[in-house]
Ligand binder design. Structure first.
Ligand code: GDD
Ligand code: MG
Length: 323
């Protein structure tokens, strides 16, 4: 089985975490974010993944490689300019099988893809959307279904006040290649604003999926995703810990330091005596001085916090120094 993963966004809302490193390979707990997606897809039988890239594609390939040893084969298609969510899939058309999964590459999820694939086949759909219930759909694509699973309306980013709780597009699709016939090549086309609305009544189905789902595109959600992984609310290969603590490789943590509740101490980080780190993610190679305190913050690689300094509710970029 094949999957196309859309990874062309710039991750601007996660800056400065994503200034030097694309969001898809930003370390989440102990591995690049996209590794979770690769592992999830593999667990549903996907053995071939095509990444539709825009931003910093070389770095993506450098980090993830070409796979294929213990997991799916990985390949990369790079648009000359951002073609939008449907334009990017169209651009990869020659690499795609007749039926494939298409995924937004910025979500952490363990939704049941196998049931989406089976529903697609049973219903004879041309496109099937995995749906997830949320209280506030304004930042998403709101989907209205009938009892038979036919999509009645697809409304991308509804206005505030337009809607209450509802089922949203989880960015998780099964598509038949025929859907791409209507997409003009080499142009910017949105699957959410153009393709899906046009497919209503024409083979577009939706299925509510159970499990965990989170778009990690905002700093608060990035840290929440870390706690969800460590505390086991989403199924991943990371070892769980109920206090939400993860300590990476080759860290030096003084016995007089206080770590947690909730902390990711990334590889090679050092925490001196009397320092306190809680509710915070240290991506890697960070140094926290004596009696310093780091709370509810995200520190990119190489951040140094001097002795006695305080960091709270902050998102710090690579190699920043706090005195
Ligand atoms: N290759 C490529 N080219 N990828 C793109 C492009 C492009 O031009 N534009 C966006 N993407 C990728 C992004 O990197 C992301 O993985 C995915 O497509 C979705 O784009 P976002 O910009 O993150 O969209 P969104 O979060 O505002 O909304 C989308 O996701 C929601 C769920 O998180 C929509 O699909 C909504 O309907 C959906 O509810
Ligand atoms: Mg998104």
């Amino acid at each position: 089985m094949q999957a196309l993963v859309l990874v062309g966004g710039k991750g601007t809302r996660l800056r400065p975490l994503t200034t030097d490193i694309p969001k898809p390979v930003l370390t989440l707990v102990d591995r690049p974010f996209l590794s979770y997606m690769i592992e999830w897809l593999a667990s549903h039988g996907v053995d071939d993944i095509v990444f539709a890239c825009g931003f910093l594609p070389d770095q993506l390939e450098e980090v993830l490689g070409n796979g294929g040893v213990d997991g799916p084969r990985l390949s990369y298609v790079v648009e000359p300019e951002a073609f939008g969510t449907a334009g990017a899939i169209k651009f990869a058309e020659d690499h795609l099988e007749d039926r494939f999964f298409a995924l937004n590459g910025d979500v952490l999820t363990d939704l049941d893809l196998t049931s989406l694939w089976n529903s697609h086949t049973e219903r004879g759909a041309s496109a099937s959307l995995g749906l997830y219930p949320v209280d506030d759909p304004t930042g998403y694509g709101l989907v209205d279904l009938d009892e038979g699973g036919h999509v009645l309306d697809f409304h991308e980013k509804p206005e505030p006040g337009h809607a209450g709780a509802g089922l949203i597009n989880a960015g998780t699709y099964v598509l038949d290649k025929s859907v791409l016939e209507s997409v003009a090549p080499g142009q910017k086309v949105s699957i959410e604003r153009e393709v899906f609305p046009a497919l209503v009544g024409n083979g577009l189905f939706g299925l509510r999926l159970d499990g965990y789902w989170k778009d990690i595109g905002l700093p608060d959600r990035f840290s929440e995703a870390c706690w969800d992984i460590i505390e086991g609310r989403v199924m991943t290969a990371v070892e769980t810990n109920q206090e939400g603590i993860f300590i990476g490789k080759d860290c030096e943590i003084d016995p007089g330091a206080r770590v947690g509740p909730r902390a990711v101490i990334g590889d090679r980080s050092k925490i001196a005596s009397g320092a306190e780190v809680n509710g915070s993610v240290l991506i890697s190679d960070c140094e926290i001085g004596e009696d310093a305190s780091v709370r509810d913050s995200i520190l990119s690689s190489g951040v140094k916090v001097a002795s006695n300094s305080r960091v709270g509710d902050a998102v710090l970029g690579k190699n920043e120094v706090v005195r």
